[in-house]
Write a protein that binds this ligand. Structure first.
Ligand code: BTN
Length: 328
């Protein structure tokens, strides 16, 4: 492991550690330790205190990703669906990584990749996904289907429902969904999903389902985000939620959703989507590249397409590059 990440791991307890202790522990000079600490503070945006005579400590303890804690929170059924669990300190993008693995045929259904930090995290419609170290959740799961590509269109909605259910299960109330892939709390984005598919039109196909969930993000880190956002720590009951426990709950729900989808599709989830959909029955605008169309949101169909009533007609619109905005 990179010394820098080892130092963070040691400091994650929130206690003081002297420069001498760190230098001895990692077999480097105190000057080298200082260089690492400066990088951690200035480039990784992790708040650090240095106190003469006592050493260094983090402003707040960090709950880093822990494989055994995550595994211990999984039921036997989820353990059975989990093929591989990889935890990375830093990665370009957990989605890109699993897509590469799938292309190399080095990945099976239930391959999970989680990271402390992404250097090129990707959101929908070519956007960046802000991914600072050690605070949020960046999680991807690979899955293989016999289904054709068109049959997968409702999967991202089913995944959104699984995320909302997971948040409810750890005690977060008032979580809602915005078609097709956003998890919101009072109109502010808490999490987003990016599903990337490949394969044959008539099947087989492969999916990488990526979830980004803001658990704790500073204003400085979040200033790059170009829409209203919120983190779990700011929600009622959210600051006490363990990141590892939440990951177990998410895996529990997402793995079973991915597995069931092959046989059941989105159909059994349509009522649940309606319960969680924040804009059902409301005036909305769909943006498709430069084209914008306004109408009333009439729900979704079995393929997960949004039904928009406009100029006296109700038509389905599929996810992809479409984004939905409420209209005042
Ligand atoms: C969105 O635009 O709302 C979707 C965001 C998806 C972000 C996640 S973070 C884990 C995975 N890896 C990525 O590069 N993107 C997804």
């Amino acid at each position: 492991m990179d010394t820098r990440f080892e130092i963070i791991r040691l400091l994650s307890d929130g206690h003081f550690h002297s420069g001498e202790e760190l230098a001895e522990r990692f077999g480097v000079s105190r000057a080298a330790i200082w260089k690492h600490l400066t990088h951690i503070r200035d480039r990784m945006d992790i708040k650090l205190f240095a106190v003469k005579g006592r050493g260094y400590r983090l402003a707040e303890p960090l709950e880093l990703l822990n494989e055994s804690l995550i595994r211990s929170g999984l039921s036997d059924q989820a353990q059975g669906l989990l093929d591989r669990l990889e935890i990375h300190d830093q990665i370009d993008s957990t989605n890109s990584y699993l897509m590469e693995k799938q292309a190399e045929k080095d990945s099976a259904s239930g391959h999970v990749c989680i990271a402390e930090q992404q250097t090129s995290g990707r959101g929908r419609r070519g956007r960046e996904w802000v991914s600072p170290y050690g605070s949020n959740i960046y999680l991807s799961i690979g899955w293989h289907y016999g289904l054709g590509l068109a049959d997968l269109s409702g999967l991202s909605l089913a995944a959104g429902i699984a995320v909302a259910r997971s948040l409810e299960a750890v005690g977060i109330e008032e979580v809602g969904l915005k078609w097709p892939n956003d998890v919101l709390w009072q109109d502010r984005k808490l999490a987003g999903l990016l599903l990337e598919v490949s394969g044959e039109h008539t099947g087989p196909s492969r999916v990488v389902m990526g979830l980004g969930l803001n658990t704790r993000m500073s204003e400085v880190q979040g200033k790059e985000i170009d829409q209203p956002w919120i983190d779990l720590a700011s929600l009622p009951g959210g600051s006490g939620v363990s990141r590892n426990r939440l990951i177990s709950t998410l895996l529990e729900n997402l793995l079973s959703t991915l597995s069931r989808f092959e046989y059941d599709g989105l159909d059994p989830e349509i009522e649940e989507w309606r319960r969680l959909d924040l804009y059902h029955g409301k005036p909305v605008a769909l943006q498709m590249g430069k084209r914008r169309i306004e109408g009333v949101h009439k729900g979704i169909d079995a393929a997960g397409a949004l039904l928009l009533e406009s100029e006296g007609q109700t038509r389905p619109y599929h996810g992809g590059e479409v984004s939905l905005r409420p209209v005042a």
